[in-house]
Design a protein around this ligand. Structure first.
Ligand SMILES: *[C@@H]1O[C@H](CO)[C@@H](O)[C@H](O)[C@H]1NC(C)=O
Ligand SMILES: *[C@@H]1O[C@H](CO)[C@@H](O)[C@H](O)[C@H]1NC(C)=O
Ligand SMILES: *[C@@H]1O[C@H](CO)[C@@H](O)[C@H](O)[C@H]1NC(C)=O
Ligand SMILES: *[C@@H]1O[C@H](CO)[C@@H](O)[C@H](O)[C@H]1NC(C)=O
Ligand SMILES: *[C@@H]1O[C@H](CO)[C@@H](O)[C@H](O)[C@H]1NC(C)=O
Ligand SMILES: *[C@@H]1O[C@H](CO)[C@@H](O)[C@H](O)[C@H]1NC(C)=O
Ligand SMILES: *[C@@H]1O[C@H](CO)[C@@H](O)[C@H](O)[C@H]1NC(C)=O
Ligand SMILES: *[C@@H]1O[C@H](CO)[C@@H](O)[C@H](O)[C@H]1NC(C)=O
Ligand SMILES: *[C@@H]1O[C@H](CO)[C@@H](O)[C@H](O)[C@H]1NC(C)=O
Ligand SMILES: *[C@@H]1O[C@H](CO)[C@@H](O)[C@H](O)[C@H]1NC(C)=O
Ligand SMILES: *[C@H]1O[C@H](CO)[C@@H](O)[C@H](O)[C@H]1NC(C)=O
Length: 299
């Protein structure tokens, strides 16, 4: 049975020979919600017996496996992390994580070989970087609220890490200083980010404006473009229709009011004439009943 010293020298020898390439410091990119393999190869395991390995995330043990003489494998892990059961034969002791989360960003995963007496030797160290794609941005255009300023709102969600936003006017020029206000909001529980950027510029109606959310980690840029006049007619047509409708409505109401008033006057005239006739009859038949004669005079 090789003691810890044996493991040490075997590991060192392999490193010198360039076999333990996994001790390098390059980071592996994990995408939120997708499984990932953290690579580690160590063919030397084949010659060991009763060998135990541990994958640790920083200091925390996430997986422990022990290969017994009789071929049994004892495996213990958190969050369904796993290594191949044939790792001893293949020397491929890569760690599989079924999913990664933003809090794993920039964490080191290391593989240790544990020997009798709890001596541990690090064989692989893999750093993990995390990214998540931002949604395709939604771009809203609102013409001239005040003055000749046009306002744009660009929203994208569910990405990681914090993105950069880039506005382009007419596909070429960047907006003037102070025209852009961007807010990045962490989404609770997921640790992902939402981004909302607001642009206020003085441009003509047919000028195109685009908003890009750049995720450098993923080498990914999502862009939405508002091509101006053709893009916003829905709004202007809608308001035109509203104007026509309200004008027509006012005209109809006005006509109805005039007709109503005219008809009322007509009714009043008829009833007054009738009243006059009635009062006249009454005055002649019963003089004791005094009626407001002034009223009759006024009509
Ligand atoms: C391997 O471990 C088992 C149980 O712990 C022990 O009985 C056996 O002697 C060990 N074999 C060697 C070669 O150390
Ligand atoms: C190592 O094993 C994993 C499965 O555990 C496999 O997906 C991966 O391709 C293997 N790598 C190599 C280089 O064989
Ligand atoms: C995640 O890691 C990258 C580098 O890979 C770093 O630029 C970024 O700031 C980190 N983000 C967080 C939220 O820790
Ligand atoms: C990961 O390991 C490298 C060197 O091995 C070290 O510089 C870095 O600080 C470690 N990062 C963390 C988060 O422990
Ligand atoms: C090795 O460490 C584990 C806990 O990490 C402990 O339970 C065990 O007793 C230790 N064994 C020896 C031989 O020190
Ligand atoms: C800006 O508004 C002024 C009046 O408020 C108007 O005279 C001018 O033509 C407008 N310019 C543009 C580019 O719309
Ligand atoms: C904007 O520029 C890109 C290349 O930089 C080009 O593919 C695209 O057609 C241009 N769009 C417009 C509207 O000019
Ligand atoms: C993030 O954006 C999504 C989609 O637009 C939205 O449903 C969610 O409420 C937003 N969360 C926060 C914290 O802004
Ligand atoms: C908008 O731009 C036009 C010319 O491009 C200019 O005449 C006008 O004064 C500007 N308006 C404001 C409010 O800056
Ligand atoms: C990003 O992707 C482009 C093409 O898709 C490629 O040319 C470029 O090298 C990549 N950059 C990085 C940093 O991966
Ligand atoms: C954008 O995504 C790429 C990977 O697709 C990532 O490398 C980059 O850091 C991200 N950029 C930002 C600003 O998040």
């Amino acid at each position: 049975m090789p003691g810890p010293g044996g493991l040490w020298s075997a590991g060192l020898l392999l490193c010198v020979l360039g076999v333990c390439a996994c001790l390098g410091e390059e980071c592996v990119l994990g995408i939120v919600g997708r499984p990932i393999f953290l690579p580690c190869f160590y063919p030397q395991l084949l010659t060991s017996v009763n060998v135990s390995i541990e994958w640790r995330r920083d200091e925390e043990v996430v997986l422990r496996a022990t290969w017994r003489e009789d071929g049994d494998v004892e495996e213990w892990s958190v969050n369904r992390a796993s290594v191949s059961a044939q790792a001893l034969q293949t020397g491929n002791i890569s760690l599989e994580l079924p999913s990664v989360y933003p809090e794993h960003n920039k964490t080191n995963f290391s593989l240790f070989i544990i020997s009798e007496g709890n001596h541990s030797v690090a064989l692989c160290s893999v750093c993990l970087r995390i990214a998540a794609s931002f949604s395709f941005p939604q771009l809203q255009r609102e013409e001239a609220v005040q003055g000749n300023q046009t306002s744009f709102l660009c929203h994208s969600s569910g990405g990681f890490p914090e993105p950069e936003v880039r506005w382009l006017i007419d596909n070429t020029s960047e907006p003037p200083e102070g025209a852009v206000k961007t807010v990045v909001t962490p989404v609770p529980d997921t640790q992902l980010y939402n981004i909302t950027s607001h642009l206020m510029v003085n441009i003509s109606k047919d000028t195109s404006v685009s908003c890009s959310i750049e995720n450098l980690t993923m080498n990914e840029t999502v862009t939405a473009t508002s091509i101006g006049a053709d893009d916003s007619p829905v709004v202007s047509r809608a308001s035109e229709a509203m104007w026509i409708f309200s004008t027509a409505l006012s005209v109809v109401v006005g006509v109805m009011v005039v007709i109503g008033v005219g008809y009322q006057i007509h009714l009043d005239r008829i009833s007054k004439r009738k009243k006059k006739e009635y009062q006249y009859e009454q005055q002649h038949s019963n003089r004791s009943k005094s009626l407001p004669l002034q009223l009759l005079n006024t009509s």
